[in-house]
Design a binder for this molecule. Structure first.
Ligand SMILES: C[S@@+](CC[C@H](N)C(=O)[O-])C[C@H]1O[C@@H](n2cnc3c(N)ncnc32)[C@H](O)[C@@H]1O
Length: 236
């Protein structure tokens, strides 16, 4: 049976994901350093983490002086892991990001983070509207997602310009993970249409330490992007 709902697959793999993800080179030595650099100094900020997973960013933000952290994820195992990891210092909600988020108030957050989650949504316009609603004017949104160039390598349609369901083999998890690929133009313009202004684009390369632990990936990611990280400001 092929599962097409990413949340169903996250139910299967959540325990394994939580146990290994902090050591996974693509996260620890590639995506997370890039996201931390775009997040900047979170001291005193009220921060929302959308698709908070095992809670790495919640813990990092708390340890970096955020005034408050709130996490939302559709997987209960992840939310329990976040509660343990933050010693219950985070406000946590189990919710499907394809639905509205009525438990979050208007203009409540200075910063929202969405790390490696948005590509699980076929239609993200509703979530972008919700993020715009809950981020205060001039607040920021920092995201990471698949780079449109590398995602296109997974295309079966061969049509770069279409929104496309792509499937990636996650062999260490024993699953095929579905996700959505978008052309670069709509990736950016959907945020602009929701009332955000792009302020930074980061096409990261891995930390030098990755050369020792995963030399092939290190070489590849220094020549071809895997993820893209973006920072937006709420403007209207
Ligand atoms: C790759 S993990 C990223 C976790 C975390 N942001 C990090 O970088 O460590 C993706 C997360 O998105 C969540 N997710 C995927 N689709 C979702 C949806 N429709 N609603 C809520 N959460 C979702 C999964 O449960 C999972 O925790």
């Amino acid at each position: 049976m092929t599962l097409t709902d990413p949340l169903e697959i996250w139910k299967i793999i959540a325990p394994h994901y939580v146990s290994i993800i902090d050591q996974a080179p693509h996260n620890a030595l590639y995506e997370r350093p890039a996201m931390r650099s775009l997040i900047g100094r979170p001291q005193g900020l009220n921060v929302l983490d959308i698709g908070c997973g095992s809670g790495y960013y919640l813990e990092y933000l708390l340890q970096s002086g955020a005034a408050s952290v709130t996490g939302v994820d559709g997987n209960e195992y992840m939310i329990d892991a976040c509660a343990r990891r933050t010693n219950n210092a985070a406000r946590l909600f189990t919710a499907d990001l394809r639905q509205q988020l009525p438990f979050l108030q208007n203009n409540q957050f200075d910063l929202a983070v969405a790390s490696l989650v948005l590509h699980y949504l076929e239609d993200w316009t509703g979530l972008l509207k919700e993020l715009h609603r809950v981020i205060r004017p001039k607040g920021n949104l920092v995201i990471s997602t698949g780079h449109p160039l590398s995602d296109f390598a997974e295309s079966t349609s061969g049509n770069y310009f279409e929104l496309e369901l792509i499937r990636e083999e996650w062999s260490s998890f024993g699953v095929t993970m579905p996700g959505y690929r978008r052309p670069f133009g709509s990736l950016i313009n959907d945020f602009c249409d929701a009332g955000f202004r792009l302020t930074r684009v980061l096409e990261p390369v891995p930390l030098p330490e990755m050369a020792d632990v995963k030399p092939k990936s290190f070489e590849k990611l220094n020549k071809k992007p895997g993820f893209i990280c973006l920072r937006f400001e709420k403007v209207s």
